[in-house]
Design a protein around this ligand. Structure first.
Ligand SMILES: Cc1ncc(COP(=O)(O)O)c(C=O)c1O
Length: 424
């Protein structure tokens, strides 16, 4: 019988059968694939960018088991629990300076929805200033991706993914991506757009789903300065970049900036179970603090701050304290750079690039772009080679867990080279 499951971002007519995964350990998944490596797949994209230390880190597994034995779930309105308290405090210790409150949710998309609602709530609750209406305008970047809920799709780039839902989406001011040479153009537009805007939302330093597009810390710093000058909130969506991916704990750190609102998800639990957090400055919390109940921050989900997820996050944060994770990240970044070298002069590729532990390169094909036919062919080719890689159209990227070894990376890049021989 065919499966009744409808998979995410999957065209079932082209990909009728999902691969059955039966286990995970370190950088590897065990599947029922009949490939040359006994069904094993090297998880070179960290299972959609979530796994940081590797699958089933023993300390995270232990924390989950222990918490499941004590408290599985509890309503979080008016109630709290120790794992949530511990994680909130630990996050504020390591987050960019100036953030004071933590709001939990359960996915990257919801953490961004919360961020947008916090910003608008602030402007609504602080009231019209100088006879003007509260600020509501959101500014976002071309090629941005912030999730697939209605609010996050609105902030994200429009295209084939959003066309059907266009009637539901709200307008945002869209700024050009600050590619090298276009930074000043973008900053000039931001200077204008930020006047009277509610918030600017950005993926700091690298736009993930938009194609692993990298921009400089200087531009991010300039964007933050414009936001500060215009009292526009800066929302840093670090769902993908957070927890070491870009070489530092948070990407914002490389620009030396503190956003007003910070979104964290994916690597927050080491990628083991879903949890997200939106951190904000005290003035945003304070704008909602009132005996007037209409000023409440009206957001919740059933599983807000699920205790098991928080216990996993607490164990993850402890791993960051106890283990040399940033050294592992630096070593991985260096190994990634070495392996890119042989592609830099290869004419079958363009845009060979790296930020921290993430590399990307664009395979030159006639139908470049997200719907490039080569994407599915490449995924299949890599699976047969025992690799989980899921190109974004003709953009092949490598975003592995930090435990991946040099020899394992060689498997990845040898396969990319062979793929070019076959598909370019
Ligand atoms: C920058 C960014 N924001 C938000 C999201 C949405 O996260 P989730 O898929 O957990 O809803 C993603 C997911 O890839 C992301 O990369």
């Amino acid at each position: 019988m065919t499966s009744p499951i409808w998979h995410p971002f999957t065209q079932h007519a082209l990909l009728p059968d999902a691969t059955l995964v039966t286990g995970g350990e370190g950088a590897w998944l065990q599947t029922d694939l009949k490939n040359g490596s006994g069904g094993r797949l090297l998880d070179a994209i960290s299972s959609w960018w979530v796994i940081t230390h590797g699958h089933r880190h023993p300390k995270i597994v232990e924390a989950i088991k222990k918490q499941a034995d004590e408290l599985d779930q509890v309503i979080f309105a008016g109630f709290t629990h120790q794992p949530a308290e511990d994680v909130a405090r630990a996050l504020l210790e390591i987050a960019p300076a100036g953030l004071s409150h933590v709001f939990y949710s359960d996915s990257g998309s919801t953490s961004v929805e919360v961020a947008l609602k916090m910003a608008l709530g602030y402007w609504k609750n602080t009231g019209p200033k100088n006879g003007k209406e509260p600020r509501t305008r959101i500014i976002a970047l071309e090629h941005a991706y912030h999730g697939d809920t209605v609010g996050t799709m609105s902030a994200g780039a429009r295209g084939v993914f959003t066309a059907a839902y266009q009637p539901l989406l709200f307008d945002v001011v869209r700024l050009p991506f600050p590619a090298p040479g276009r930074e000043q153009e973008m900053l000039a537009l931001l200077r204008d757009a930020a006047k009277g805007a509610a918030a600017l939302i950005v993926e700091p330093l690298i736009l993930g789903s938009g194609g692993m597009l990298i921009y400089s810390p200087e531009v991010l710093r300039d964007m933050a300065a414009i936001c500060r000058d215009t009292q526009t909130f800066l929302i840093a969506d670090e769902c993908m970049t957070g927890f070491g991916r870009t070489g530092t704990l948070f990407a914002c750190g490389q620009a030396g900036i503190s956003p007003d609102i910070l979104c964290l998800a994916k690597g927050l639990t080491g990628g083991s179970v879903p949890l997200a957090a939106t951190l904000c400055r005290s003035e945003i919390f304070d704008a909602h603090y009132s005996t007037d109940r209409s000023r409440t921050f009206f957001h919740s989900s059933s599983f807000t701050a699920n205790p098991i997820a928080c216990a996993a996050a607490r164990a993850n944060l402890q791993i960051w304290r106890d283990e040399p994770v940033l050294e592992r990240v630096a070593a991985l970044a260096a190994r990634q750079e070495e392996r890119l070298a042989r592609f830099r002069d290869d004419r079958r590729f363009s845009g060979v690039r790296r930020l921290g532990t993430i590399t990307a390169l664009d395979l030159k094909v006639p139908d470049a772009g997200y719907l490039a036919n080569v994407a599915l062919q490449l995924s299949r080719f890599f699976q047969e080679r025992g690799l989980l890689l899921r190109p974004l159209g003709n953009t092949i990227y490598v975003l592995p867990p930090y435990c991946v070894t040099a020899a394992e990376l060689d498997l990845v890049y040898d396969a990319i080279l062979d793929a070019a021989g076959k598909f370019a």
